[in-house]
Design a protein around this ligand. Structure first.
Ligand SMILES: Cc1cc2nc3c(=O)[nH]c(=O)nc-3n(C[C@H](O)[C@H](O)[C@H](O)COP(=O)(O)OP(=O)(O)OC[C@H]3O[C@@H](n4cnc5c(N)ncnc54)[C@H](O)[C@@H]3O)c2cc1C
Length: 304
């Protein structure tokens, strides 16, 4: 077989890009496959403000910096979505929508996707008032009333971004304390068009014609219900790993990929890192760190 890569990197976020550049610099035949906008999750971050080495910067601008580094390094970039990853006769077979790729090792850095709430009408209202990305879709709701569901750092940052656009912003969270940083909570509270309601959960999405018209919420302690008339809702309640395409037996019960210290999974030659791992803190520098550790381990593995 002619076109066998030493390494196929799946996912061009900070983790995949870091690994691909290092492996390419060290002379390995490497390609990186990306199904969406290169740069990964930071493309939807209104601002990145705790990444040592960069002043506060809009996420998409940082994504461009990452991608430019990748291109300048001369790494082979493939725009494709991998729909199946398996191992046959010591080679990894990554089937994409456009092509099939063969490699001696893989680095899986596919990150996460926003978790759904799981209420009826959620899929139907997607794009009709319901969105999982404030940076991408916030401008559609200028001057309207909007609800954010969630309490982590990403949700708080997206809420602050939305507060600058919409008429009134409601933020509900299922606990009285937010999981995100106090500084972000204070920044949100300081906005005069924001109402924070805790401990509330959403119980029903209500339509107005074919669009979102309101959301019914319920107090978790008293069971009291309220109906918030809003034209937009952003469920930002966490992330699920992008691993559905993986046929290898490397996932834990939540679909994340546990790894050893050298970033190898339980299948020889399959390495992983970044947000797709089971971990509480998801940050760019951790993702980059994993990419570099994996690159070194992949080199050791290939030289055996
Ligand atoms: C609103 C928000 C604000 C944030 N702020 C900060 C911050 O201030 N500081 C900080 O350090 N971190 C921040 N983060 C977190 C940071 O963005 C992530 O930790 C980081 O991007 C993880 O990198 P990664 O490479 O592991 O995954 P990702 O960046 O998620 O990249 C994974 C890539 O894989 C691609 N992919 C997935 N499946 C496939 C497939 N089947 N085939 C091909 N490609 C695939 C995806 O399209 C994606 O581009 C923020 C995140 C959000 C959402």
């Amino acid at each position: 077989m002619n076109n066998v890569y030493d390494v196929l990197v799946i996912g061009a976020g900070p983790s995949g890009i870091g690994a691909a550049i290092k492996l390419h610099q060290d002379g390995y035949k490497v390609a990186i496959v990306e199904m969406s906008t290169p740069g990964g999750k930071i493309n939807i971050a209104p601002r990145v403000d705790n990444y040592p080495g960069q002043k506060e910067i809009p996420g998409p601008d940082l994504a461009v910096i990452f991608f430019t580094r990748l291109m300048d390094a001369g790494v082979e970039f493939i725009g494709d979505e991998i729909t199946s990853l398996d191992k046959e006769n010591d080679l990894f077979v990554s089937k994409g929508k456009s092509n099939t790729y063969y490699s001696k090792t893989v680095y899986i850095a596919t990150g996460t996707v926003e978790r759904k709430i799981g209420l009826p009408l959620e899929d139907e209202l997607f794009g009709h008032g319901l969105s999982y990305c404030a940076l991408c879709d916030g401008h559609f709701f200028k001057g309207q009333d909007v609800l954010v569901i969630g309490g982590g750092n990403a949700a708080l940052k997206e809420a602050i971004h939305l507060a600058g656009l919409v008429k009134h912003l409601y933020v509900i969270h299922r606990r009285n304390e937010f999981r995100g940083s106090l500084k972000l909570v204070e920044e949100l509270k300081a906005r005069d068009n924001v109402t924070i309601l805790t401990p509330y959960i959403p119980v029903e999405f209500i339509k107005d014609g074919d669009k979102l018209g309101a959301v019914k919420i319920q107090n978790k302690e008293t069971n009291e219900e309220k109906v918030l008339t809003v034209q937009g809702v952003f469920p930002l309640v966490g992330q699920d790993p992008n691993t559905k395409f993986i046929k290898l037996d490397i996932l834990n019960e939540w679909g994340n990929i546990p790894v050893e210290k050298n970033m190898m999974t339980r299948v020889e030659g399959a390495f992983s890192g970044g947000d797709v791992l089971p971990r509480d803190i998801r940050q760019i520098y951790l993702a980059e760190h994993d990419g570099l550790v994996a690159a070194k381990s992949i080199e050791e593995y290939l030289s055996k």
